[in-house]
Ligand binder design. Structure first.
Ligand code: UD1
Ligand code: UDP
Length: 384
């Protein structure tokens, strides 16, 4: 039996978290020969995920440099991937989402006439600059892709409006929910011991992350000042903020928030630690994409520290609110959720618009269908 050779290409923490369940699924399935190439656009934060999910790359370009520019990542990944593709010669390349590794992985495959499958396809803000450069990365990747794995019906609709062939789109749910289902445990003990010592009943733990390129500089400073105001105003609040390794983020976060007795700044958490602190926290404040998908499924309200979101499903469901980066608005909106029980209860509903834990299986089935290995069309994910 000839197996379908799939090369997955990824490079950053969120791609790795969302591709790991798919890699595991393809490796378990006898119809596939799955290889993994990492650009290592992230190094330590990627390695944390690879080790948690037992994924061993077949190719590792190790491109990360300190304070890298988009030009650095683009040039180094593209050149490196040429050799990888020449060696691997896959039937199809799979990329994920919207990072520069994603776009360059798709571009490199296109240059070699290799088919491209785009996982988490069709998310849009319709604003070229927000998030930057991710909105363009995912649009360009979508233009290069032969197969589109849309997490939701909304993302499929976005692609249809752009004229994408409906037969090439499969609605699968988001693989991040597959990952989440394996990590969250009721009796989880944190290896970051300070998280075991928090009294989650007495304190209101606000989980924070922020790293977006368009927020670097003044917007990030404003976010941090808003968080500080919020902690000062609400004595029952404890902030847990695992800080991104980007020095442009670390410098600001530690200088404004460091040293406060109710603000716990941490290095990036392993993903199982992150998912379990999310499951125990009171609410989430973030500019991350992934957290906007994870927190609603755990019933945690999310305030989004951005001006636009490409994930409107949970906003519609009422568990996510986009509040921007203004210092006063951040403090005000957070305080409302901390002090007003009705407001909190309205947002704290467990909803799963993004997946049911079977996205990787659907992607594997869709690949088999697309490549003529089965006549059975995969069932699509329908959000409840
Ligand atoms: C990148 C992605 C963004 C994604 C984010 C997830 C692009 C253009 N941006 O963000 O879409 O949401 O990753 O976190 O693809 N660093 C380390 N160790 C690490 C990771 C980063 O030291 O493991 C430091 C390095 O100094 C590096 C810097 O952080 O130069 C920025 O990393 P980079 O991948 O360029 O981050 P972003 O573009 O902000
Ligand atoms: N995450 C993690 N450790 C952390 C912070 C985040 O494992 O210290 C996880 C988080 O649960 C989510 C993903 O990383 O699954 C989000 O990645 P990131 O915020 O880097 O990127 P984005 O989602 O914005 O692309």
């Amino acid at each position: 039996m000839r197996k379908l050779k799939v090369l997955t290409i990824f490079g950053t923490r969120p791609e790795a978290i969302k591709m790991a369940p798919l890699v595991q699924e393809l490796k378990r399935n006898e119809f596939f020969h799955c290889e993994v190439a990492v650009t290592a656009q992230h190094r330590q934060m990627l390695d944390q995920v690879l080790s948690l999910f037992d994924v061993v790359p077949d190719y590792d370009l190790d491109i990360m440099t300190d304070r890298q520019t988009l030009f650095d990542i683009t040039a180094r990944a593209l050149t490196g991937l040429k050799d990888v593709l020449e060696k691997s010669r896959p039937d199809v390349v799979l990329v994920h989402g919207d990072t520069t590794t994603t776009f360059i992985g798709a571009l490199a495959a296109f240059y070699m006439h290799i088919k491209v499958g785009h996982v988490e396809a069709g998310l849009r803000t319709f604003n070229k600059w927000l998030p930057f450069p991710e909105e363009m990365n995912r649009k360009l990747t979508g233009s290069l892709a032969d197969l589109h794995f849309s997490p939701t019906d909304t993302s499929r609709e976005n692609l249809l409006r752009e004229g994408v062939n409906p037969d090439s789109i499969f609605v699968t749910g988001n693989t991040v929910i597959d990952a989440l289902k394996t990590t969250v445990k009721k009796d989880f003990i944190f290896s970051t011991d300070i998280l075991n010592r928090i009294d989650y009943k007495k304190k209101k733990v606000v989980l924070v992350t922020a790293h977006r390129r368009e927020n670097l500089g003044e917007p990030l400073k404003d976010i941090c000042r808003g968080l500080l105001d919020m902690v000062e105003k609400n004595p029952e609040v404890v902030i847990v903020y695992p800080v991104h390794l980007n020095p442009a983020v670390r410098d600001v976060a530690y200088s404004i928030l460091g040293g406060h007795d109710r603000i716990i700044l941490l290095p990036p958490l392993d993903t199982d630690e992150m998912h379990n602190i999310m499951a125990r926290c009171y609410m989430v404040m973030t500019d991350s994409g992934g957290l906007q998908e994870e927190a609603p499924s755990l019933g945690k309200p999310v305030l989004v520290l951005r001006n636009e979101t490409e994930r409107p499903e949970a906003v519609r469901a009422g568990t996510v609110k986009v509040v921007g980066t203004d210092r006063h608005r951040i403090c005000e909106e957070a305080t409302k959720l901390i002090t007003n029980k009705d407001e909190y209860d309205r947002m704290a509903n467990a909803v799963n618009p993004y997946g049911d834990g079977f996205a990787s299986k659907r992607i594997a089935q869709s690949l088999m269908y697309f490549f003529g290995m089965t006549l059975q069309k995969p069932e699509e994910f329908v959000s409840i």
